[in-house]
Design a protein around this ligand. Structure first.
Ligand code: C5P
Length: 228
């Protein structure tokens, strides 16, 4: 069963709470990211937790030395969120330290290649392989470290389903047909991403910037025939 996370990307706590309340009961879960956390901190996360019935995805994309990432995750245990992201390009030792630091129900997700990057951007960074090969290699590190899942684009999801079937696939860069791509490059429609093997979809602006975010969330759930 696929789960949809709505990316609540705002520095404004009242706005985040309004969005969270409007999505209550739709079957859509909430993702809070760097912008929200930088502005509103742990208290902001607790405030949003109070208005959702579902585990929160805290998308901090941690990327630092193993000691620092592990120490940060130990602090985050106090927040009782459901999912946290770390960058797989932090390397195997960092991913293992991160996984060792989590307890209870907290699930670690490894970001592979950001969905905003095109093939040309990969070579600028110094990655000579194409995105399929880079994602496969980075997902291998997540698999070895025992992470719950990886974040990838829909274009790599079916390859990862074959190579690492035990790793959950979280897919951002979701754009319903006809919607604005914004800064996303490696995009798929919700239906195509699910068909490609996405276990979780991350949908931000197509819901949060819709004239009626609740209706957009209900549409996404209905179109994929998910339970609310
Ligand atoms: O749908 P929209 O592009 O607005 O949502 C993008 C969200 O997904 C943002 O919160 C972004 O941080 C997150 N994300 C991403 N690409 C990744 C990982 C997370 O776009 N590889």
């Amino acid at each position: 069963m696929t789960t949809i996370f709505c990316a609540i990307d705002t520095p404004d706590l009242p706005k985040a709470l309004m969005l969270a309340k409007s999505l209550y009961g739709t079957g859509v879960s909430l993702k809070l990211g760097l912008e929200f956390f930088t502005a509103c901190g742990a208290d902001g996360v607790r405030a949003v937790q109070a208005v959702t019935e579902r585990p929160i995805f805290l998308d901090l994309k941690l990327h630092d030395i193993p000691h620092t990432v592990a120490a940060t995750l130990r602090v985050l245990r106090g927040l009782s969120v459901g999912y946290v992201t770390v960058h797989t390009s932090g390397g195997l030792a960092m991913l293992q330290a991160a996984q060792d630091a989590v307890e209870g129900d907290l699930k670690l997700l490894g970001v592979t290649v950001l969905t905003s990057l095109r093939e040309a951007d990969l070579s600028d960074i110094g990655w000579q392989d194409d995105s399929q090969a880079v994602v496969k290699r980075l997902a291998g590190l997540a698999h070895t470290a025992g992470l719950y899942g990886v974040v990838c684009s829909g274009l790599e999801a079916s390859m990862l389903r074959d190579v690492y079937p035990g790793l959950k696939r979280v897919v951002p860069g979701i754009r319903p047909t006809g919607s604005d791509h914004g800064d996303q490059q490696r995009v798929l429609t919700p239906q195509d991403a699910v068909a490609a093997g996405a276990d979780y979809l991350v949908i931000g602006r197509p819901i949060t910037q819709a004239a009626d975010p609740r209706a957009a969330a209900v549409d996404a759930v209905t179109n994929l025939q998910l339970p609310s």
